[in-house]
Design a protein around this ligand. Structure first.
Ligand code: MN
Length: 293
C-alpha cells in the first residue's frame, strides 16, 4: 500500500475580464495525471462572478462540478444548459470543441473544473456534450457518495468515459469506501476536515493515496471529492486548453483557433465575436510531462 502524499495547490490568475484567481490542484510536477484526470481547478468558494468566454479544447473531456451556485454552459455542438450542484456537465472535446461558462443567479460560485485526458484511440473523436441531472449514490454506514464519473463500489455513473475512472462527491461521518487496488486515488476536502490513516486533510491540497488499496477509511464529518483511475500510460503535452502527444499537434490546434477555423472548433452561439485568443507558443518545442515512475 502506497504512502500518503500531500500536493499543495497553487493560486493562478484565470485571466478574463474580472481576473478571477483559482486554486490549481492538478497537474503537479510530480503528479501530471491521477488516473486519466489531468487537470483540477477549484473556483472559490465565494466567487461573485465568473465569465469564461468561448475558448477551444482538444484531446480531453471537461468535467464541471459545481459545489455552490449555477453555471450556464454553451458550446459549439449546440448545447445551452444551466448546471446546478449535484449535476454533471461532461464535454468531450475529441479533435475540437469550443465552449463558454458563465456564473448565473444570486449565489456566489464554488466549483471544480476537471479535465480527463482521452486515450490515444479516442483523442480524435467527434465532440460531444452530456448533462447528467441525476446521478447514482453509493451508500454504506457513514458514507453517502454521489458517483459522477466512472464507478465506486459497483455503482456506475451514466457519464461516458474512455478509461477506467472514479469520481465521486462523498459526504462522510465515519466510514469505509471500497477501492480498486489497480487504481490510484486522490482526495480533496471540500467542507470540513477528514482523517485518513491518521492524516488530517483540510480544504485546499490533494491527498494522494497511490495504488494498491482495496479500501480506505475516512473520519469526518466532511464532504470530500474522491478521484481515481488506472494510472494513465501516456506522457501528455498539455498547453493552454489543449491535451496532446506532441508539439505539432498542439501548434496545429492553436493555429486553427487563431484562424477562427469554424470547421474544427465550430461556433458558440450568443457571444458575437467575443472569444479568448490563444497565447503565443513558447520559443521551444513543447515536450510531454514525464511522470516520476
Ligand atoms: Mn474550458
Amino acid at each position: 500500500m502506497a504512502e500518503l502524499s500531500i500536493f499543495e495547490p497553487r493560486e493562478v490568475p484565470l485571466g478574463g475580464v474580472r481576473g478571477v484567481r483559482v486554486d490549481r490542484v492538478l497537474p503537479q510536477r510530480d503528479l501530471p495525471t491521477l488516473g486519466a484526470w489531468c487537470f483540477l481547478d477549484q473556483f472559490g468558494p465565494d466567487i461573485a462572478e465568473m465569465v469564461v468566454l468561448p475558448h477551444p479544447h482538444i484531446g480531453l473531456q471537461t468535467v464541471t462540478w459545481p459545489l455552490a451556485g449555477e453555471i450556464r454552459h454553451r458550446d459549439s455542438v449546440g448545447s445551452d444548459v444551466v448546471l446546478r450542484p449535484g449535476q454533471l456537465n461532461l464535454m468531450t472535446a475529441g479533435r475540437g470543441v469550443a465552449h463558454s461558462e458563465v456564473s448565473i443567479g444570486a449565489s456566489s460560485l464554488h466549483a471544480l473544473q476537471l479535465w480527463v485526458a482521452l486515450p490515444g484511440e479516442a483523442a480524435g473523436i467527434d465532440a460531444g456534450f452530456e448533462h447528467h441531472a441525476s446521478l447514482p449514490h453509493y451508500r454504506d454506514d457513514g458514507i453517502d457518495a454521489l458517483v459522477f464519473m466512472g464507478a465506486l463500489g459497483g455503482v456506475e455513473s451514466p457519464a461516458t468515459t474512455y478509461t477506467p475512472l472514479a469520481g465521486a462527491q462523498i459526504d462522510v461521518t465515519e466510514g469505509t469506501i471500497p477501492l480498486r487496488p489497480d487504481f490510484e486515488y486522490g482526495l480533496l476536502a471540500i467542507d470540513g476536515a477528514v482523517r485518513v490513516d491518521g492524516e488530517e486533510l483540510k480544504p485546499g491540497p490533494l491527498l494522494y493515496l497511490g495504488t494498491g488499496r482495496d479500501e480506505v477509511t475516512l473520519a469526518g464529518p466532511a464532504r470530500v471529492v474522491l478521484l481515481g483511475g488506472e494510472p494513465f500510460p501516456d506522457d501528455l503535452v498539455m498547453w493552454w486548453n489543449f491535451v496532446g502527444r506532441g508539439h505539432d499537434e498542439i501548434a496545429a490546434a492553436r493555429a486553427d483557433w487563431e484562424a477562427t477555423d469554424t470547421v474544427r472548433f465550430g461556433t458558440v452561439a450568443g457571444h458575437g465575436t467575443d472569444r479568448i485568443p490563444a497565447p503565443e507558443l513558447p520559443n521551444l518545442r513543447l515536450k510531454p510531462r514525464r511522470r516520476q515512475r
